[in-house]
Design a protein around this ligand. Structure first.
Ligand SMILES: Cc1ncc(COP(=O)(O)O)c(C=O)c1O
Length: 458
């Protein structure tokens, strides 16, 4: 029996009765009912009532090649027929992770030759933490195990991911975080820059917070710094250009490894294969997932730099870590086909040279002037709109976070999916968006802001 035999109401009732959703107030969901998305095509998703919604979030930062790609379905189908599963434990391998690893080594920035697979970004970050700590232990420095992260970071929702992340709400429910992880300020100039401080100076000051944390602990106690090149779930916080090169310099000075979490930024979103290339830096580990398969299959890949990989290989000894689905043959087949599409259609160049700059221009020309908008910012195909009560003073509506929800609800009702995080509206469109799609999105953004303003100032 297919879902078409059920009414929307029935699906919502069954959903409420049996399905615990991620990051959800379950009491509230039970009362309001869920929005059920039934199909998608190109840049659009469709709900069970037939509403067409332009997907400004690419699913959840992942559907970079857009929906309805037969090629990816066929890659999965062919692989499932040939070999649906075999593990990569016990000195076994299957062809698609082998070929994908070689391909990733070719496109990865810096000195990456090795890849470790999982099924999610959270798992890959767990791998990264274990690998980095294992590295220092192999180097005879097991006490060098502290990891520096940042406030408002999002690194996933396993216990390690949530401990690495800088989300207070998540920490409060952990009942004990993974030890030896500390958090410093985020490079979020809109709220944290001092009066008169230039963007450049602010970036250096935010980087200095990392240096201070290293010095305070003692460099011999600090294993690594981890950061998203652009904080995504925390509100698309784009650091000043001075920030990342300074972080790189500091990490090198104190012999602290640099871990980049490119779960959102990887595979084209910033107009390069990886944001490390956009920021001009090199990392020791790069966590990737999501757009590796454009979300068509769950797959993560931790890209491991030569420094760590060489020690792992030279010193030997088993690294006691892995997942049943590490290197899943179907997911890897889909990833290979997905990378083919990104490459063949020149999606990354398009974002870098045409649509990314056009999105920035459209947001500045059409959205930034709205009375509810404190700031717009974008980098490649990541964008954010700060919702304020007063543009000049940056005063927010009370209670915090409530205004963006009003904006978001009007956006969805008006046919555009964006996400509200705190008082920030964020977007992460599929890389297939054209100038016309961006125009359509801006029409819908402005309309939703107008309607929200009417509600909020009533
Ligand atoms: C930067 C970053 N890291 C890690 C994750 C976790 O990925 P997953 O939800 O696949 O575990 C996310 C998810 O959004 C993310 O944005």
């Amino acid at each position: 029996m297919t879902y078409q035999n059920y009414s929307l109401r029935q699906l919502q009732q069954i959903d409420a009765a049996h399905h615990l959703h991620p990051f959800t107030d379950h009491k509230e969901l039970r009362e309001a009912g869920s929005r059920i998305i039934t199909r998608a095509d190109g840049p659009f998703i469709y709900d069970s009532e037939g509403n067409e919604i332009l997907d400004g979030m690419a699913g959840l930062w992942c559907v970079n090649v857009g929906y309805g790609r037969d090629e990816l379905a066929e890659a999965a189908y062919e692989q499932m027929k040939e070999l649906p599963y075999y593990n990569s434990f016990f000195r076994c391998s299957t062809p698609t992770p082998v070929l994908l690893s070689e391909r990733l080594a070719r496109i990865a920035p810096g000195s990456v030759q090795q890849v470790f697979y999982g099924s999610s970004g959270s798992e890959a970050n767990d791998t990264a933490v274990r690998l980095v700590r294992h590295y220092w232990a192999l180097e005879g420095r097991p006490q060098k195990n502290r990891i520096i992260s940042r406030n408002m970071a999002y690194h996933g929702s396993t216990i390690t991911g949530a401990s690495l992340g800088g989300m207070e709400g998540m920490h409060s429910q952990l009942g004990g975080a993974v030890p030896n992880i500390v958090h410093v300020m985020a490079p979020y100039s809109y709220e944290l820059a001092l009066p008169g401080e230039s963007d450049h100076e602010f970036g250096l000051r935010a980087a200095r917070a990392v240096e201070d944390a290293i010095v305070e602990a003692g460099p011999d106690k600090v294993a690594a710094f981890i950061g998203e090149p652009i904080q995504g779930a925390g509100g698309v916080k784009i650091p000043p250009a001075s920030y990342w090169p300074e972080i790189q310099r500091i990490c090198r000075k104190y012999d602290v490894l640099l871990m980049l979490d490119e779960v959102i930024t990887g595979y084209g979103r910033t107009g390069e294969w990886f944001a490390a290339q956009s920021m001009g830096i090199e990392a020791d580990t790069i966590t990737t997932a999501k757009a590796l398969t454009s979300g068509y299959q769950p797959l993560s890949a931790l890209l491991v730099g030569d420094r760590i990989a060489a020690t792992l290989v030279d010193k030997g000894g088993e690294f006691f870590h892995g997942y049943t689905y590490s290197g899943h043959p179907v997911a890897c087949a889909v990833a290979l086909a997905n990378l083919d599409i990104i490459e063949r259609e020149g999606l990354i160049e398009r974002v870098r040279e045409e649509t990314g700059p056009y999105l920035a221009q459209a947001l500045h020309e059409r959205v930034a002037g709205h009375a509810l908008v404190g700031e717009v910012r974008s980098f490649g195909f990541l964008g954010a709109i700060e919702i304020v009560k007063d543009k000049a003073t940056k005063e927010r509506f009370a209670p915090g976070g409530s205004a963006a929800v009003v904006v978001r609800d009007h956006m969805i009702a008006g046919g555009l999916m964006m996400r509200a995080t705190g008082d920030t509206m964020i977007m992460s469109p599929p890389l297939i968006w054209t100038r016309q799609t961006i125009d359509l999105a801006c029409d819908r953004i402005v309309k939703a802001l107008d309607l929200a303003e009417r509600d909020l100032r009533r």
